[in-house]
Design a protein around this ligand. Structure first.
Ligand code: PLP
Length: 434
């Protein structure tokens, strides 16, 4: 017999603190995050007291434990087909790749297990295809925590301790067209890696001028354009890929997060057959030189196929429309509050920028955490107050002034209205304190 869920729910949270990462556990405790969820109903998390929470992280865009994806996984496990093929020629990977290509206009797919895996695949593909050394990323970026990806990370505690970083990586200031042009001019850049909307950088969309420049200049100088769509893809921005709206299709687009329906890990690097062949087409050894053992497993692909079935054009169009309506509602609700700056984003990828009020009491120093003294508090305090209202919201990792709201796609309108009202009332409360 396996371990019982009841026993794990009783002891496993403490075991996480003891055996996995005490700092994550302590951070969550200090921030008073709801931690001990025991049940999912209707896509929503519940704690032992029966209180429900909307998860606004964005990873579960189809709701927690989506029943259609769970059924597909269950059906696969109940069958007798192989999950893993020693040759690596896995028919489920083949079908999923075909479906992704038909949907996006790409013609070649590499599968990984995480967003960072897909980023690594892109960096290696670009180096091997172009044989050029330099890689450009933007300040404010977040591309994951493996070595290549972390080299592209915005400077700071998630990046700095790991030097020396991947040679050849340089950061261009966000949205600085002149700096991009100058960095690309020598013609020795293999890839420019950008997020269409920076997530951890503060829900910042690339400006139309920067999009035009990055599309034109990468083509001119022979660099591959990599759209890191780990946050923006699969409808989150109101389009299947946010980069669909760009004047030039990037050579590479990266997707992850909900590709496995929020239940199993899987990521994908989408590219074109000719780019793959330029990089890896010379001989059999090179053809297998980028690989991951479980990247081609049937179970993950089955979950992703079920996810693609759910993410039809109507659902994605509704994300575009409802996202715009919710952003207006939220901006209207928050207007006039002295701590509010603006609501921004696309689709259901939404950022609320707040004022960094330098109040001596509302400071991490005052809360007994001098190492965070430079960090703004209003965003984290608003998150804290939203927990009590049944909303699990976050601030952006690189910019704590910005509240990040990424609802599931089938969140009812009434719940969005409650979220706007809760943001207004709780921010009013904080404004009165400060
Ligand atoms: C834009 C972007 N790229 C890459 C990643 C890394 O994904 P993963 O955490 O699955 O490795 C993230 C993670 O949030 C991300 O936001």
């Amino acid at each position: 017999m396996g371990e019982s869920a009841a026993d794990i729910l009783k002891h496993g949270f403490g075991e996480f603190r003891a055996f996995v990462n005490p700092l994550i556990a302590e951070r969550a405790r200090l921030a008073r995050e709801p931690i001990e969820f025991v049940r999912v109903e209707g896509g929503v998390l519940h704690d032992a007291a029966g209180k429900s929470y909307e998860d606004l992280h964005g990873t579960q865009m189809l709701g927690h434990r989506n029943p259609a994806v769970a059924d597909a996984i269950r059906g696969f496990l109940d069958s007798d087909v192989p999950n893993w093929f020693p040759s690596r020629v896995n028919p489920w990977a083949g079908r999923l790749a075909r479906r992704l290509c038909e949907r996006t206009g790409y013609s070649n797919v590499f599968f990984g297990m995480s967003g960072a895996d897909a980023v690594e695949a892109a960096l290696k593909l670009a180096r091997a295809a172009t044989r050029k050394p330099r890689i450009l990323a933007l300040t404010g970026g977040y591309h994951g925590c493996t070595f290549g990806a972390v080299s592209l990370m915005h400077d700071g505690p998630l990046h700095d301790p790991f030097g020396p970083h991947l040679p050849g990586v340089e950061k261009v200031p966000f949205d600085d067209v002149d700096a991009l042009a100058k960095a690309l001019a020598p013609g020795d850049v293999c890839a420019v890696v950008v997020e269409p909307i920076q997530g951890e950088g503060g829900v910042r969309s690339l400006s139309p001028a920067m999009i035009a420049a990055v599309c034109e200049l990468t083509a001119k100088h022979g660099a591959l354009l990599v759209a890191d769509e780990v946050q923006t893809a699969l409808g989150r921005s109101g389009r299947f890929l946010a980069s669909e709206a760009w004047p030039r299709k990037p050579e590479i687009a990266l997707i992850a997060k909900t590709l496995g329906g929020g239940l199993v890990p899987i990521s994908a690097m989408l590219t074109q057959r000719e780019t793959f062949e330029r990089a890896y087409g010379q001989n059999f050894f090179i053809g297998e030189s980028h690989n991951t053992t479980f990247g081609y497993n049937g179970l993950s692909c089955v979950a992703a196929l079920a996810t693609l079935d759910l993410l039809d054009d109507d659902l994605i169009a509704s994300v575009a429309r409802r996202g715009a309506e919710f952003r207006s509602l939220l901006a209207e609700a928050l207007r006039g509050n002295p701590l509010f700056t603006e609501v921004r984003g696309e689709g259901f990828m939404i950022g609320v920028e707040l004022v960094h009020a330098p109040h001596p009491w509302l400071s991490f120093e005052h809360f007994g955490m001098p190492e965070l003294a430079h960090q703004p508090t209003i965003g984290p305090l608003l998150c804290y107050r939203l927990y009590a209202r049944g909303f699990f919201a976050f601030v952006c990792g690189h910019d704590w002034r910005v509240l990040r709201l990424q609802p599931r796609f089938d969140i009812p309108d009434a719940r969005l209205a409650e979220l706007a009202k809760a943001c207004r009332e709780e921010l009013d409360h904080l404004a009165n304190l400060s």
